[in-house]
Design a protein around this ligand. Structure first.
Ligand SMILES: C[S@@+](CC[C@H](N)C(=O)[O-])C[C@H]1O[C@@H](n2cnc3c(N)ncnc32)[C@H](O)[C@@H]1O
Ligand SMILES: O=[N+]([O-])c1ccc2c(c1)CN[C@@H](CO)C2
Length: 272
């Protein structure tokens, strides 16, 4: 049985929800204290940044282009990646998020202050790099901010030429998919942007059914760890690393009902 197209109602409901997505509220809910607490590795943001810093530290994941799928208004997820790729391509479905990213990339005043995140990543990378250097490098390499829709087999509307050497996606696929089958399809669609042998790094929500972003209340497909593993295998990826984090009571703030966070490092098979 070919995959059934998503029922218009579920896609339409999602699209309508995202029309009300407020980037500033989203940033406030997830990237300021208490969630953005850098005082201990037990907190969720240091855990996410460490997963990425440790994975890139090996130097195995590198190349010309890394694409970030569903970047939203955030850049934290690119801070370790940017040392290993000449070009970072950010993407999002909403113009308001692409504009927020563009303002940050151009160093315009009034954008979100990512300096605590940049300082923390420089600290855990342990090279004594001034954080302003890292910020300058990311701004210099973040050259394209493109519209994307992971429900399309060709999410960018046209193939990425050349295909990306690495793919990153954080809290996107499960937050835009009404059910598990749609999540698995979205992962496969995103995977089509990646070259054979390329690496995929995913961060996402476990056990979450909704999240708030200002006036928007977005449905999320609740994932278990095995759902992520199965979707990666189904999309043809070989799993390299899988970690999960349980959200402590202090970080369950009502902005969503997330139970935990997963980190997956997977690799697309080399050209057959
Ligand atoms: C929960 S946010 C994740 C933002 C960021 N990556 C992070 O780590 O916080 C989900 C993002 O997916 C985007 N999105 C919504 N529908 C999408 C679609 N069909 N395809 C790709 N991205 C979509 C939203 O605009 C939003 O920025
Ligand atoms: O704890 N966090 O760092 C964190 C960051 C982003 C997000 C969550 C948790 C949970 N909700 C998702 C949207 O589905 C977005």
């Amino acid at each position: 049985m070919p995959p059934q197209p998503l029922a218009m109602s579920s896609l339409a409901a999602l699209r309508e929800g995202y029309e009300r997505f407020d980037p500033r509220a989203y940033l406030q809910n997830n990237y300021l204290p208490p969630r953005a607490d850098f005082s201990s590795e037990e907190f969720v943001v240091p855990w996410k940044l460490r997963c990425l810093a440790e994975t890139f530290a090996s130097g195995e994941i590198c190349g010309r282009t890394l694409i970030d799928v569903g970047s939203g208004p955030t850049i934290y997820q690119l801070l370790s990646a940017c040392d290993h790729f000449e070009e970072i391509v950010a993407t999002d479905y909403l113009a308001v998020n692409r504009e927020e990213l563009g303002r940050w990339a151009r160093g315009e005043p009034g954008t979100f202050d990512w300096s605590p995140f940049i300082q923390h990543v420089c600290k855990i990378e342990g090279r004594g790099e001034p954080w302003q250097e890292k910020e300058r490098r990311l701004r210099g390499r973040l050259r394209r901010i493109l519209p994307i829709d992971v429900h399309r087999p060709d999410p960018l509307g046209a193939p990425l030429r050349p295909p990306a050497d690495a793919l990153l996606s954080a809290f996107c696929l499960e937050a835009v998919s009404p059910d598990l089958a749609a999540f698995a399809r979205a992962l496969a669609h995103a995977g089509s942007l990646l070259r054979p042998g390329g690496h995929a790094l995913l961060l996402g929500a476990l056990g979450e059914s909704f999240y708030l972003a200002g006036a928007a209340r977005l449905p999320v497909v609740p994932l278990a760890e095995d759902d992520v593993r199965a979707a990666l295998a189904g999309a043809g990826f070989a799993l390299r690393d899988f970690r999960s984090y349980a959200m402590p009571p202090a970080l369950r703030t009502g902005v969503d009902d997330v139970d935990g966070v997963f980190f997956a490092h997977a690799q697309k098979p080399p050209e057959a």
